[in-house]
Ligand binder design. Structure first.
Ligand SMILES: [Zn+2]
Length: 226
């Protein structure tokens, strides 16, 4: 997947910053030219986000977590390609129910948005109705268990070990949140660069962003008197 240009990154940041975390991930994928990102199975969406993360910031993601045993700060680095291998399958599955086998399709961001919009005690029924319409009530438990298993398979987790006390535990890695934080930092850094170039040379945002990154860094060093 190609990295976003500086101006595309700023445009995606501008469009996504006031939206919910779920929608921000979709804005990043739309900015790369991914059509109908809201209809991608969650594992497929996250695989694409991991590839975008690689293109923008490289393969290694540094994670910081607090040890549940002794509260020490534990830092590890995870590889985006290892994470992609751990993402589950995105295909349909057959679920055995008291009413016979039922086909369950993979959940998408559009499904999640719709399901999270209903009260919490109605979400189980909403998830079943959305993914398997016209489902007999007796089959719901089996289907909902299969949906939960599917969501667990689409979740990225990382195993950590504390070198101070030996505690081992797993943390969930939400690549959509993680990537957005990095895009937000990169966008703010770009805007600071644009402001300094405007102050030094009178360039517009478009003019500054059109200069290739390596040359822009040299102009910035001059603008900042480094
Ligand atoms: Zn510890």
């Amino acid at each position: 997947m190609a990295a976003l240009s500086s101006s595309d990154l700023l445009a995606a940041w501008d469009a996504g910053r006031a939206r919910r975390p779920l929608d921000r991930a979709l804005w990043l994928l739309w900015a790369t030219g991914t059509d109908a990102a809201q209809d991608l199975p969650l594992a497929d969406r996250d695989r694409r986000l991991l590839r975008l993360r690689e293109a923008l910031f490289g393969r290694q993601i540094a994670l910081l977590a607090t040890c549940p045993g002794c509260a020490a700060q534990v830092e590890i680095s995870v590889d985006t390609q290892d994470l992609q291998r751990h993402l589950g399958d995105c295909g349909e599955v057959m679920v055995e129910t008291p009413d016979g086998p039922v086909t369950l399709r993979a959940m998408t961001s559009a499904d999640l948005a719709q399901i999270s919009s209903v009260p919490e005690d109605e979400r189980e029924a909403a998830a079943c109705d959305r993914l398997t319409p016209a489902l007999p009530a007796a089959a719901r438990t089996a289907i909902y268990n299969a949906i939960e298993a599917q969501l667990a398979e689409a979740e990225l987790t990382v195993r950590l070990v504390c070198t101070d006390c030996g505690t081992s535990w797993r943390e969930t890695l939400d690549i959509a949140d993680c990537l957005w934080v990095e895009v937000d930092t990169a966008a703010r850094r770009l805007m600071a660069d644009v402001a300094d170039l405007a102050g030094a040379f009178g360039w517009s945002e478009a003019q500054s962003l059109a200069v290739p990154a390596a040359r822009r860094a040299v102009y910035l060093a001059h603008a900042r008197g480094i």
